[in-house]
Ligand binder design. Structure first.
Ligand SMILES: Cc1ncc(COP(=O)(O)O)c(C=O)c1O
Length: 439
């Protein structure tokens, strides 16, 4: 197959044929026929993830940390995944936990921080959140914590830093925000918020679930204290990743068996079940799913080597830098898809787009929520598109505070089309022409 990655000026173009060949879903006789635009709800997985999963199930499906061959392979695969996941977000391996999902990771974190956040303390929670990064923080009010809402601008749906500045004080222990809302899409300025929050002595918790599928994440550069993302939306199995900055590990209280606290400093091997993982993830991660996570970074590596053969041999470029280059390619491609879709949305007066009318995917994630004035129900529209093998979705996507905050009834919800890098221009054009016909 010809190498289709051609330089345009300095920027290369993503070879979507190559990318799609990595995902068996596109070769499936039925699934492969669909134009899939519900990626914000979960993405397809590449062959590399499936290969690791198969290997674990065949060769290593036993209790890890023993001396037998299967047991050592299990351990090596699971620890390898933790290392690769930490490299993926530029964290230390001891700072990363693989849990059931983001909702569960935030729930556990809120409980483990329960004795650090005391009655009378303040927490600020944005109203742009998916409920996973709101509900458990609001629930701390039951312990006497004062929970303050950082409200979006109801006209623009922007989460304005100036509004936060008015709420911050020396009493602020924690600020909880989304990197990019699963409804609004705009990329929020996490680094700026981190600076402001830290200046007051507080900590920052960031929901990166909607941001992570389309952007590289450098938790160190962002200066986040806690960061979550859902691995099943970033081309992996149904798991969630939690980052907790090392210096905060000591303030976590153990949510697992009490006697395990004694092992607080016992495990320092990369990827071993250290205190963070013990304390916050009772029962541990799903082994086979944890073991296949390195398939995600293997996939990014394949994309890197395909597009940057001239850099492949150099040892000066590490895993994270390779991932950054890969996501630059993704973003360039996604900006083009966004332009096509936004042009269509703008062309119809009955359509109200939520959030910024900006295609640049470094400024706005390619997740587009919209409403359409008129008689047709959202469910009927989604069904009509499904009849054409186009998948979009409708609902409130558990972001009901966010919808209420911009004057949309959460029970009514919105329509949502969300792209990732394996979507093509042809697919987006097909979506636009189908919408044109149906509406
Ligand atoms: C922005 C956002 N945050 C959090 C979540 C919750 O993630 P999980 O399903 O891993 O619990 C979702 C899920 O859709 C989401 O879109």
């Amino acid at each position: 197959m010809a190498h289709q990655s051609v330089p345009v000026g300095k920027m290369k173009i993503l070879d979507t044929d190559f990318v799609r060949r990595q995902f068996p879903a596109f070769q499936h006789p039925e699934t492969g026929q669909w134009a899939y635009f519900e990626n914000a709800g979960g993405s397809y997985v590449p062959q590399s993830v499936i290969d690791h999963l198969t290997r674990f199930m065949v060769e290593a499906k036993v209790q890890p940390y023993g001396n037998s061959h299967p047991s050592t392979v299990a351990r090596t695969m699971m620890e390898g995944s933790i290392i690769r996941m930490s490299e993926m977000i530029n964290a230390d391996h001891s700072e990363v936990l693989v849990g059931h999902c983001t909702t569960m990771n935030v729930y556990m974190l809120s409980r483990a921080l329960g004795s650090w956040i005391r009655p009378g303390d303040e927490i600020i929670v944005s109203n742009q959140e998916h409920e996973a990064n709101a509900n458990d923080w609001h629930r701390l009010a039951e312990n006497g914590v004062s929970v303050i809402e950082w409200k979006m601008n109801p006209e623009t749906a922007d989460l304005e830093v100036e509004a936060l500045e008015k709420l911050l004080s020396r009493r602020t222990r924690l600020v909880c925000m989304t990197h990019s809302s699963n409804i609004v899409g705009s990329a929020n300025d996490v680094k700026r918020v981190a600076e402001l929050v830290h200046a007051k002595g507080g900590l920052l918790m960031v929901d990166g679930v909607s941001y992570a599928p389309n952007h590289s994440i450098d938790v160190k550069a962002l200066e986040a204290d806690f960061y979550v993302l859902s691995l099943y939306k970033t081309y992996g199995p149904h798991l969630g990743l939690l980052y907790v900055k090392k210096q905060h590990h000591d303030m976590l209280s153990n949510q697992y068996f009490k006697f395990l606290s004694a092992y607080k400093d016992a495990h320092s091997d990369p990827g071993a079940p250290n205190f963070l993982r013990i304390a916050l993830n009772p029962g541990g991660a799903n082994h086979e799913e944890a073991a296949c996570l390195s398939g995600i970074t293997d996939y990014y590596d394949r994309v890197f080597h395909h597009h940057f053969p001239e850099l492949s041999e150099t040892s000066k470029i590490d895993t994270f830098q390779r991932i950054e280059k890969v996501f630059d390619l993704f973003q360039n491609h996604l900006t083009r898809l966004s332009e096509i879709f936004l042009d269509y949305l703008q062309s119809n007066q009955r359509i109200r787009l939520i959030g910024k009318n900006v295609a640049d995917s470094t400024v706005r994630s390619p997740t587009f929520s919209f409403t359409i004035a008129g008689e047709m129900s959202k469910q009927d529209l989604v069904a009509e598109l499904a009849a054409r093998k186009i998948a979009i979705a409708s609902g409130n996507f558990y972001a009901w505070r966010c919808l209420a905050g911009i004057g949309i009834d959460p029970d009514e919800g919105v329509l949502r089309a969300s792209f990732v890098h394996y979507n093509t221009e042809d697919e987006v054009r097909h979506l636009c022409s189908s919408l044109k016909e149906i509406i």
